[in-house]
Write a protein that binds this ligand. Structure first.
Ligand code: CP
Ligand code: NVA
Length: 311
């Protein structure tokens, strides 16, 4: 066992604002080089292997991590929970210890956050959170990058969330505390942020304002953000659709935000549920920039995790 802990990326709350900023800056410079068509002179992750464990479906996370790794000179191995011995009951701890003997890092999409933590605890290799029921930190790194490309520094600004208090919102709240912006959150009582998240936000100085009123949340905000009403692993579909209907982002709600406000959504989207077609396909929507920025943000994360001497 090495004496230094591997650099994992499990939650934005584990990192200081400066550290997140360093990763974002790295992402920006890697993106600029790629956009200019400049072939990177060095391949910082040459000889490194990333295992990608998917226990749940994915389009963006899977493709963006794969391309990110390859463009940085590294290799990837795709693994699915059902095809691994995990599916037949091999423990997380044993799986982690074995994978650490072969791989340089793993990216994991698994609903159970405690299972993710256990992998990181036993693995002695960097573990990257590719979405759990609790959080989606890589998504929000890409989202902050996107916000700043369109509107400049996020520090001191205000974003608004209207909808289900899910994993993506949790990572937004972590980012708000670490990067110094305000987040207004409108949810129904039945799908509101957990007590745990609310007290974390208080203890960590996040400017989080909770309301039941979507219009109050978005008033003057620089970004209006939402996500699906039924996340992976959610059972109570009908109750969710009924309770969340007043939180749909439509053009009337967008008009209550700042004139320059962007509309954000991590995708996949459900037109006619959490957002109307005219908003997600309209001029304020930056959803495909968010999707592209997964690639660039995750390059920053991968370099930070896998080449700690260099970055
Ligand atoms: N936003 C996101 O994580 O998309 P996928 O589920 O397609 O990876
Ligand atoms: N909140 C959604 C995000 C999907 C990328 C889910 O967990 O299913």
């Amino acid at each position: 066992h090495s004496l230094t802990r591997p650099r994992s990326f499990l939650d934005l709350s584990d990192h200081s604002g400066e550290e997140l900023r360093r990763i974002l800056n790295l992402a920006t410079s890697l993106k600029a080089r790629r956009v200019k068509g400049v072939a990177p002179s060095e391949r910082p992750l040459a000889g490194k292997y990333l295992g990608m464990v998917f226990d749940k479906p994915s389009t963006r996370t899977r493709v963006s991590f794969d391309i990110a790794m390859r463009e940085l000179g590294g290799e990837t191995i795709m693994l699915t929970g059902a095809e691994m011995q995990l599916g037949r009951g091999e423990t997380i701890a044993d799986t982690a210890r074995v994978l650490a003997r072969f791989l340089d890092a793993i990216m994991v999409r698994i609903l159970s956050h405690p299972d993710l933590m256990e992998l990181a605890r036993y693995g002695n290799l960097p573990v990257i959170n590719g979405l759990t029921k609790q959080s989606h930190p890589c998504q929000v790194m890409a989202d902050v990058l996107t916000f700043e490309e369109h509107l400049g520094p996020i520090e001191g600004r205000t974003v608004a969330w209207s909808g289900d208090a899910n994993n993506v919102l949790t990572s937004w709240v972590h980012a708000a505390a670490r990067l110094g912006f305000a987040i207004n959150v409108a949810t129904p009582a039945s799908f509101a942020p957990s007590e745990e998240l609310v007290s974390w936000a208080k203890a960590n100085g996040a400017k989080m304002n909770l309301t039941r009123d979507a219009y109050e949340a978005v008033a003057g905000a620089d970004a209006v953000i939402t996500d699906c009403w039924v996340s992976m692993g959610d059972a109570d579909e009908d109750q969710r659709r009924a309770a969340l209907a007043p939180y749909q982002v439509d053009s009337k709600l967008m008009r209550a935000a700042a004139k320059h406000a962007v509309f954000m959504h991590c995708l996949p989207a459900h037109r006619g549920e959490e957002v109307t077609e005219d908003v997600i396909d309209g001029p304020q929507s930056v959803v495909f920039d968010e999707a592209e920025n997964r690639l660039h943000a995750q390059k920053g994360v991968l370099c930070w995790c896998l080449a700690p001497g260099q970055f």
